[in-house]
Design a protein around this ligand. Structure first.
Ligand SMILES: [Fe+2]
Length: 293
C-alpha cells in the first residue's frame, strides 16, 4: 500500500511516498530573511511540487493525502490543487490530514506500538497547545496560548535584537554558553494550564533597550527566557499529572527540537528531531494510522 503525501501549510514544500512502512521524502526549505511573504511562498510551492513530483511519477499510488489545516490559505491551496490533480490521474481517494495531529503522532513513526492515553505539548512557530489524547479519535485541547505562539515569540525577540530570521539556530548557540547571571521572568497572570508571551516579549525588549551595551546581553536575555520556559513547562507537567493522572508526555513541533529544552525537561518523550519541523512523512504516517486503526 503506497501513500503519497503533500505538506505545504507554511513555507516548506514537502512531498513523500510511504511504501511498506518505508518513507522516501523530498523537502525544499525556503530561505527567508525577514519572514514569510504569502504570495511569494505560494508561487514557490507550485514550482517545487512540480519539480519534486518528477522523482515520484513512476511510483504506484494507492492513497493521496495532504495537510489541510492550520496554515496559510494560499500555501494549503497548492497542496489541495496538486492532490486533486493526482487523484484525477491515479483515480485514488484523497485524505485530508490535520497538520497538528500529524505533528503529534509523528512520535510513533518507526515505533512498534501506539499507546494511550497521553498528553502532547505541541510547540511550533505558529501554535502552542497542550492536547490530551484518550485514543486515536478522542482528544481535547486542555491548554493553549492566549496570544503569541512560542516559536513566534522567539522570532519576535530575536528580530528585535537584529538576529537573522528564523532565529532558533542563533538562539541555540546562545544557550550553549554559560552566563554569570540571568533575569527572573515572572509567570503571566493567567491560569497555569495556558501560555501567554506578549507581556514577556515587551519586558525582554525593554530590558534589551536598557542594557544594550552589556556584553552578551542577547544571550543573557534568551537564557533568562528559556529558564522561565523550563520552569513554566515543568509546573504545567506537575499540574497535569495531578489533575488528569496521566504520565506520558509527548513533545512535538519545531521548537521541541531545542537542545536546551530536551536537556532540561526530563521524563518526557520527544519526537525525533528530523520529524519536528514540517514534513510530509508525518502526513503519510497519520494517513497510514487512519487507515489501520
Ligand atoms: Fe508545523
Amino acid at each position: 500500500m503506497n501513500i503519497i503525501s503533500l505538506e505545504s501549510t507554511f513555507d516548506d514544500t514537502c512531498m513523500c511516498i510511504l511504501k511498506k512502512k518505508k518513507i522516501l521524502e523530498i523537502k525544499i526549505v525556503h530561505k527567508n530573511l525577514v519572514g514569510v511573504v504569502p504570495k511569494i511562498t505560494t508561487n514557490r510551492h507550485i514550482k517545487n511540487f512540480k519539480n519534486i513530483f518528477k522523482i515520484f511519477k513512476k511510483e504506484k499510488v494507492d492513497y493521496i493525502s495532504y495537510s489541510y489545516k492550520p496554515g496559510l490559505p494560499g500555501s494549503i491551496n497548492v497542496s489541495k490543487s496538486f492532490s486533486m490533480a493526482l487523484s484525477y490521474i491515479y483515480k485514488k481517494k484523497i485524505f485530508k490530514v490535520n497538520h497538528l495531529k500529524a505533528h503529534i503522532f509523528s512520535y510513533f513513526i518507526g515505533k512498534k506500538k501506539i499507546f494511550f492515553p497521553f498528553i502532547s505539548f505541541l510547540l511550533t512557530g505558529a501554535n502552542t497547545k497542550i492536547f490530551l489524547f484518550r485514543n486515536f479519535k478522542k482528544y481535547k485541547v486542555i491548554g493553549k496560548t492566549i496570544d503569541n505562539a512560542l516559536g513566534d515569540t522567539i522570532n519576535k525577540i530575536g528580530r528585535y535584537m537584529n538576529l537573522k530570521y528564523p532565529c532558533h539556530k542563533k538562539v541555540e548557540k546562545y544557550l550553549k554558553k554559560k552566563y554569570d547571571y540571568f533575569y527572573v521572568i515572572n509567570k503571566p497572570k493567567i491560569s497555569l494550564i495556558n501560555f501567554s508571551y506578549s507581556g514577556i516579549i515587551t519586558k525582554i525588549k525593554k530590558l534589551y533597550d536598557k542594557n544594550k551595551k552589556i556584553k552578551n546581553i542577547k544571550g543573557i536575555l534568551f537564557f533568562s527566557f528559556f529558564n522561565f520556559l523550563i520552569k513554566d513547562i515543568n509546573k504545567k507537567i506537575c499540574y497535569i499529572k495531578k489533575k488528569y493522572k496521566i504520565n506520558y508526555f509527548i513533545f512535538c513541533g519545531g521548537v521541541s527540537s531545542s537542545n536546551f529544552i530536551r536537556k532540561n525537561i526530563s521524563k518526557v518523550k520527544f519526537v525525533k528531531k528530523k520529524f519536528c519541523e514540517d514534513n510530509a512523512s508525518m502526513i503519510s504516517f497519520y494517513t497510514y494510522l487512519w487507515l489501520h486503526i
